[in-house]
Design a protein around this ligand. Sequence first.
Ligand code: PHB
Length: 390
Amino acid sequence: MTVVRTRVGIVGAGPAGLLLSHLLAAAGIESVVLDSRTREQIETTVRAGILESWLIELLRQTGASDRVDRDAQPHQGIELRFDGAGHRIDFRRLVGRDVWLYPQHEVLRDLIAARVAAGQDLRFGVVATGAQDDGERVTVHATGLDGEPLTVEAEFVVGADGSRSVVREAVAGSQQAGYFREYPFAWFGILCEAPPSAEELIYSNSPHGFALISQRSAAVQRMYLQCDPELDPQAMSDEAIWASLRERVAPHPLIEGPIVQRDVLRFRSFVASHLRRGRLALVGDAAHTVPPTGAKGLNLAAADVVILARALEALLLRGDGSEVDRYPEVALRRIWKAQQFSWWMTSMLHTVPGASEFDRLRQLGELYSVVESEAGMRFLAEAYTGWPLG
Ligand code: PHB
């Protein structure tokens, strides 16, 4: 059995785990990062795409990415479509902030490259099975690439290991301990090879179901259709996908092209019952899940990490544990605001199977009360572009 000793053991090399090791290293705190996936899997899985501006700034200022200067595209607003017409929410005018389109796997490539260049102990293909704080030692138990048991002994352990976190049990008491909401729909996501169909994102509420037109680059686009959670992504023909997208954003024209990837994203809202126990803490999807409609998941994960990194600096460099004590309270304020926003955007924009005519007309009333009110649009813009980190 191999035992590795470090200051902070981090389970999960997703955006949260990698950003945490990066921020800790900048403060002179060493960490070990484990992930069950390969580097290639991590760098190629298609995920979210919208970053709040403070996160772009953080990646730039801490030297994690110089590519954001070249490749991240500012988006000054979004369009809400409903009742056959588009309504622009102008973030720049309303709150003076943009969001940035920079795909999550590009963030991961940047962070992995920066960590590897700095000599970070980053172990891929290592399956963590659990974590423990027995009062004396904090440990992560794992199985290495060679099938040999591996133990990480640290002064603090962080679960950044996603929605199926193995660290959660040691923090929250069980895998399931927390607050949930399930939704009766999912998103069918595609990547297609075509020029952008719109300059900004279009979130469309239609009687046929929700659709989202997003972008990736000049040549590749990302689009989503509300679907049944049980839909087999291979069961729909390309023509049927395009026909569905067209009718949901009509009369806005779509530029079609070969569909090169398809996936189904399940919807769920979740907040773990505890974010910290002793010298163990959870960040990102291990701590909470939001439905993707508000583009909050990645940004919320990064916000947790910024708060926890500061708290760990106080603890590990100055012996001051008060910020770690306050981590759940500080992080949860933002987490529940993001939960509320993601739930609100989801419920306002999707068609609920079996909804009555009252429900449908009330939903249109809600959408008009947002887009015909400065205060309504500003509320949406504030949340979408991200609240200040404080
Ligand atoms: C995406 O581009 O993948 C995307 C954008 C906005 C969302 C969700 C996903 O709300």
